[in-house]
Design a protein around this ligand. Structure first.
Ligand code: PLP
Length: 441
């Protein structure tokens, strides 16, 4: 049969299949992990929040953790001027940007990095996945609670994900004893171990001090663990003395960060990762994965990011203001919640608190609220307060923990407010509603 005959036969088959619907066998072969929605918990609250907004009812948006602050105008202008940069850049990233990042983090955090050991990505999230994908088979350890995307990424990369549950009393920190005990007794000791450690943490707002990191590093070294230190919130640490696990375990520690949080530029999608040369071919392999997936971070964004990481004085001013505002509002929230009987640690960095409502278990159970999902659904339904359930972050469904992102305010207005009247009214009103709801239980 001539080639065009094949073509028409194929076309006919395609049209008939399209009319009949998609072949069910192909649908059934979709990765079962992806087929079930992993984010039902967060979607439910988002849906309820949209419905309330459509009905003109107030919604306190404490669910979504996006920076409320605008990108400094000086950096946006560089982006506008770089719009014509349409060429692909090298996969590992624009060299002046990698150099600027190394110098920036040396000045601010005393990191001794070289540009050759840094890779740029379209957000740090894709880089986290690229690293996981670079391993053939690994076990990925995640302290619970941890950010929502690590577990799906580990599973998509074909790895086993193991949650190590932490407690309020330990400030939601992974302890060296807990890590050591798990590693010493795990079922498959030959499988390489990757631990993802995020500080300041999304969702808890807590960070580790030097002594804690030094103790953890001893255990990591003992069990040969590869650590991914997710330091995306490091520049928004409220205290000046920021330390990194890489200071104590440089040979086994990958660090990721980017523009999304400190520069208010989440949608620009610019992240980076430092991979130490001691990890051998890992950087080469990650560049390979990057090359087969996103190719390079957008060129104009890389040019603007070079300015963001080079203008140290501007960054310092911007970060100092944000930190002062964030710590002010976080203190307000944690103080009022604590007074109402909620267990919550004041944030040490970033945008989040992790309120634990376990003191209200009996009263909540009496209202048929038994899980963190039921709790967040009731709060949204009854008073329009949007929180995310602890179960979305790896906590047991019955833990009655939640994540509160205290960023429902106009960042542009607040940061430029010379009168320093700081309009956090919406956040304060939401916290008051929440406390009142608890008092009336
Ligand atoms: C803990 C944590 N890690 C990584 C990311 C991803 O950041 P990026 O925008 O660089 O992909 C986020 C964003 O929400 C985050 O909260």
């Amino acid at each position: 049969m001539p080639i065009h005959g094949d073509f028409y036969m194929l076309l006919e088959i395609l049209i008939i299949s399209a009319q009949k619907g998609v072949n069910m066998n192909s649908v059934n072969s979709i990765n079962p992990y992806l087929r079930e929605s992993k984010h039902s918990e967060t979607l439910l609250v988002n849906q309820m929040s949209l419905t309330r907004a459509e009905n003109n009812q107030t919604v306190y948006k404490f669910g979504f953790g996006q920076s409320p602050f605008p990108v400094p105008i000086e950096i946006s202008q560089v982006l506008a001027e770089a719009a014509h940069r349409k060429e692909y850049m090298n996969v590992q990233g624009h060299i002046p940007l990698r150099t600027a990042i190394a110098e920036f983090h040396q000045t601010r955090e005393n990191k001794q990095w070289h540009a050759d050991d840094i890779i740029i990505g379209a957000g740090s999230k894709i880089l986290l996945f690229c690293v996981m994908a670079a391993f053939e088979k690994a076990e990925v350890l995640l302290p619970a609670p941890s950010w929502v995307s690590y577990e799906p990424q580990a599973k998509l990369a074909g790895h086993k994900a193991t949650w190590l549950t932490t407690s309020f009393d330990n400030k939601w920190h992974l302890t060296p004893e807990q890590l050591d005990e798990y590693c010493a007794n795990r079922a498959e000791p030959e499988t390489p171990l990757i631990l993802v450690l995020n500080y300041p943490s999304n969702p808890t707002g807590q960070t580790y001090n030097s002594a804690e990191l030094a103790d953890l590093a001893g255990v990591m070294r003992k069990h040969n663990i590869i650590v991914i230190a997710d330091e995306i919130y490091s520049l928004l640490t409220y205290q000046k003395n920021y330390t990194s696990i890489a200071d104590f375990y440089p040979e086994g520690c990958i660090v990721s960060s980017g523009l999304s949080k400190w520069c208010g530029a989440g949608g620009w999608r610019l992240g980076f990762m430092h991979i130490p040369p001691q990890l051998g071919d890992l950087m080469k392999t990650v560049i390979g994965v990057a090359s087969e997936t996103y190719s390079c971070a957008p060129s104009p964004i890389q040019i603007a990011a070079t300015e963001a990481y080079s203008n140290l004085e501007l960054a310092d001013r911007f970060i100092t203001k944000q930190v002062s505002l964030l710590s002010e509002i976080s203190e307000y929230c944690s103080e009022h919640l604590t007074q109402s009987g909620v267990k919550v640690h004041v944030a040490e960095g970033g945008f989040y608190l992790f309120p634990d409502f376990s003191h209200f278990t009996i009263k909540l159970n009496a209202r048929d609220i038994h899980t963190s999902e039921e709790l967040t659904a009731a709060l949204m339904d009854e008073i329009g307060v949007a929180l995310l359930p602890g179960s979305a972050f790896g906590m047991d469904k019955l833990s009655l923990t939640t994540r509160l992102a205290f960023v429902d305010f106009e960042g542009a207005q607040v940061i430029n407010d010379v009168a320093l009247t700081h309009d956090f009214e919406k956040v304060k009103d939401g916290i008051k509603e929440l406390c009142e709801w608890l008092n009336n239980l």
